[in-house]
Design a protein around this ligand. Structure first.
Ligand code: F3S
Length: 397
């Protein structure tokens, strides 16, 4: 039995309108099935599953039905990437976008806007200037529906969120509530097992480490990761995304990165066999012929754009970077976009290769998550760190 406050009962029984009652019923049912004792208020929601390519007509109709029955978001709500770049409908010559697809996508955006969404259209809302307006701080409860962002929120930002599906994040946004369960409970955020990597690493190694954890970490509690040097932000972000793609882990504890009060000594300690990670990486290496180098899954940061600019000469193979409109605009004002374009870098805003429809290509990426999904669609997809990708592009310096 889930204990509800008076206001939550009113929401459930229709005093706040039909849409709120529908959404509350879903939240309460899920809470009951999980055995959550009560609901908790959230300060922010991030809704995923908003690409017409992913949710199609059925998803568009669901969102429209909520919007037209009066649903309005009770907390600030941002949304994930969509199926094309509205500022470049030709998709940099890489995407396949039909008029019908654009119409379907626009209906989804209209419904989300009507409900009060901030159309950030990115899986890294935390890199946008708008994110600061939400005034979120360590320990705040949120309900996020993008698995890469969930693991980043818990691991790096210290926000508390379970890994919600897109529809559940939507219901949480409409009600302003989630259930007290899983990573919303402090005790469940304390690591039980520690894993150490002994030697040098990069984001590709962290990607296969996430796969190793998905197969070997049996505890419900987050794994603690010990690495020989402090990770760069984009390396942690790639790791978080890989955790979400390879399995269901929604948080890791990385000393020096995760804002936790002093965690308890883990019960189990393991040095990850270096050979296993190396062998797996060798299996995933990109093939000889590559048509496209892909960076920015999850959406890239300013830091990465500066890094690519510093390390890339003139690329022979196009380098595609996917990112938010916000980061693109700031990079443009710094002159970075122009410099990168002149070196052969292509950009897609508000979308990515996974949630859109792209032409058939042989791809090399530094994102385990992109590898994971694209390799189901294309014959040749390989994983390598950024330094190697820039070599492949032919322009490393
Ligand atoms: Fe983001 Fe697309 Fe990757 S939504 S996490 S860039 S699959």
């Amino acid at each position: 039995m889930v204990e509800l406050t008076r206001e939550e009962e009113e929401m459930l029984y229709g005093a706040h309108g039909e849409a709120v009652a529908r959404a509350m019923e879903v939240i309460v049912r899920v809470a009951e099935s999980l055995g959550a004792p009560r609901l908790v208020p959230i300060k922010h929601a991030h809704v995923s599953g908003v690409s017409y390519g992913t949710i199609g007509e059925a998803g568009a109709v669901l969102l429209e039905s909520f919007a037209s029955s009066g649903a309005r978001f009770r907390v600030p709500t941002s949304v994930n990437p969509i199926g094309y770049d509205p500022e470049d409908p030709d998709g940099a010559g890489i995407l396949v976008v039909s008029r019908e697809f654009i119409r379907g996508q626009q209906r989804i955006l209209k419904a989300l806007k009507r409900m009060g969404a901030d159309l950030l259209l990115t899986c890294t809302p935390y890199y946008t200037e708008a994110f600061e307006k939400y005034s979120l701080s360590v320990g705040d409860r949120v309900a996020w529906g993008e698995s890469s962002a969930v693991a980043y929120a818990n691991t790096v930002l210290g926000l508390k969120t379970n890994r919600e599906g897109g529809p559940l994040a939507l219901m949480a946004a409409i009600t302003g509530r989630t259930y007290l369960y899983g990573l919303q409970v402090d005790e469940n955020r304390m690591p039980s097992h520690a894993y150490k990597i002994g030697t040098s690493y990069d984001e590709a190694v962290l990607g296969v480490l996430a796969e190793y954890l998905a197969e070997n970490h049996e505890s419900e509690k987050p794994p603690m990761i010990e690495v020989p040097r402090p990770p760069r932000d984009y390396e942690v972000r790639e790791f978080a995304a890989a955790l979400g793609a390879a399995g269901s882990i929604g948080m890791a504890v990385i000393p020096g990165v995760t804002p936790l009060p002093k965690p308890p000594e883990p019960e189990k300690f393991e040095v990850v066999p270096e050979g296993a990670l190396k062998r797996r990486l060798a299996e995933l290496e990109p093939d000889e012929g590559v048509d496209l180098v892909f960076v920015g899954c999850p959406h890239a940061s300013l830091e990465e754009l500066a890094l690519i600019n510093a390390r890339l000469g003139k690329a022979r193979i196009p380098v595609l970077v996917t990112l938010s409109r916000d980061v693109y605009a700031r990079a443009k004002s710094l002159g970075l976009i122009e410099r990168l374009r002149s070196k052969g870098v292509l950009f897609l805003r508000s979308t990515c290769l996974i949630v859109s429809r792209a032409k058939s290509m042989r791809i090399a990426t530094n994102s385990y998550k992109a590898y994971f999904y694209l390799s189901k669609r294309y014959e040749s997809v390989g994983l390598a760190p950024l330094s190697k990708l820039l070599e492949i592009a032919g322009g490393a310096r």
